[in-house]
Design a protein around this ligand. Structure first.
Ligand SMILES: *Cc1c(COP(=O)(O)O)cnc(C)c1O
Length: 378
């Protein structure tokens, strides 16, 4: 095993980022404490404007988490019992959870082997499953796994043909783009998360819904605050409380200033991994025209668990996203899935995500690469 670098390698390094943002970040937090408009304070509106500008969406509605963003997007469709929503199986639980929470049926789709995202053919299979069960498919939720935007042009055609709406779960891909269009303008409704470990994270939970139609954004903003109508005690629909705290908006406004620069570093790290690892392990595939956020750099590897534990021994933290596909989870296995789910099932046993964050030094990355290659020589 190569020698450990003197400084510890973090999987996500929020401390270095914070040091870079100080003292302005603490001043911004202090400012919120002073003005005391903790709910829907001025920073929230400013953040929404900046998120819309960043993404090319017509409007952004901030909210309390990525999960709430998905919930709001589905509530805006009046999704109800007996209706279906196609979701990928190889994703974080939140994508399917919100569907079940609303009394509707998540129908699991497999994913494409190259990008791990759903594509037209996997969605078609899941739509056929829904039809076979007499379920009306109201929506298709695509996930931009690991930061790689899905093929929305193709997905929109497939969803349209089934009279279903297309929603992008961009919890990992805010800041990415496809064919020159930013995430947030690739699908009619895009949800994202500002969980601390996401590429753009706050200091707690946070999220947003980005809409290309300002009318849908207004509807979602109303659902976010108890279905509010003309005034505070006018409730025109059933809503919820899913507001983002002003403190989180203040943090995000500062993180946005360096976000573009951080994404450049993530891309450079991904290219270095590609260069040194290609041919030795299966490295990530990036579709033509895609700019990924590199939320994760995930390789496919045999004997993944042995490799991960040897890497841990060499001071290299790794993660497995995701060890069990959703259609095999206790909470979801009773829900329908497409007839063949073999890609998701095979990926779960072979994926390994390596450290990739904007504060990873080249020396640290070299150590990760050497340590990984060393495990392959055993
Ligand atoms: C993180 C994540 C979510 C949930 O976001 P939270 O802010 O943690 O609620 C949803 N979908 C995907 C794909 C995610 O990675």
């Amino acid at each position: 095993m190569p020698d450990l670098p003197s400084d510890e390698i973090a999987f996500v390094d929020l401390a270095s980022q914070r040091a870079r943002l100080e003292p302005a970040l603490s001043d911004a937090i202090q400012n919120v404490l002073c003005h005391a408009r903790f709910i829907m304070g001025p920073e929230v509106e400013q953040l929404e404007e900046e998120l819309a500008a960043w993404s090319g969406a017509a409007a952004a509605v901030s909210c309390a988490s990525g999960t709430d963003a998905l919930l709001l997007a589905l509530m805006a469709l009046d999704l109800g019992a007996g209706e279906a929503v196609v979701v990928p199986s190889f994703t974080f639980a939140a994508t399917a959870e919100v569907v079940a929470l609303l009394g509707a049926v998540p129908v699991f789709a497999d994913c494409a082997p190259a990008t791990f995202n759903i594509d037209g053919s996997t969605v078609d299979d899941a739509l056929a499953t829904a039809r076979g069960l007499g379920l009306r498919a109201r929506a298709v939720v695509a996930v931009d796994l690991f930061g790689h935007p899905a093929g929305y042009t193709e997905l929109e055609a497939v969803a349209d043909a089934a009279s279903a709406r297309l929603i992008a779960d961009a919890a990992q891909s805010f800041g990415g783009s496809r064919d020159g269009r930013q995430v947030g303008s690739l699908a009619p409704v895009t949800t994202t998360s500002f969980f601390p470990a996401k590429p753009l994270g706050c200091y707690g939970d946070g999220g947003a819904v980005l809409c290309t139609d300002p009318e849908i954004a207004r509807r979602i903003a109303s659902i976010r605050v108890h279905g509010q109508g003309e005034h505070k005690y006018d409730h025109v629909r059933v809503g919820t409380n899913a507001r983002m705290d002003t403190l989180q908006a203040a943090v995000l406004l500062h993180k946005l200033r360096i976000f573009g620069d951080e994404l450049v570093v993530r891309r450079a790290l991904a290219s270095r991994y590609d260069y040194h690892l290609r041919g030795r392990v299966e490295t990530p595939t990036v579709d033509e025209g895609v700019v990924s956020t590199w939320a994760q750099y995930t390789v496919l590897i045999d004997e993944r668990d042995r490799v991960a534990s040897e890497l841990a021994g060499a001071g290299v933290p790794t993660a497995v996203y995701y060890p069990v596909p959703l259609h095999m989870q206790p909470a979801y296995r009773a829900y329908p899935s497409a007839p063949r789910m073999n890609v998701a099932e095979a990926l779960a046993g072979r994926v390994l995500s390596l450290p990739i964050h904007p504060y990873l030094t080249e020396a640290q990355q070299d150590h990760v690469i050497e340590a990984l290659l060393a495990t392959l020589r055993v």
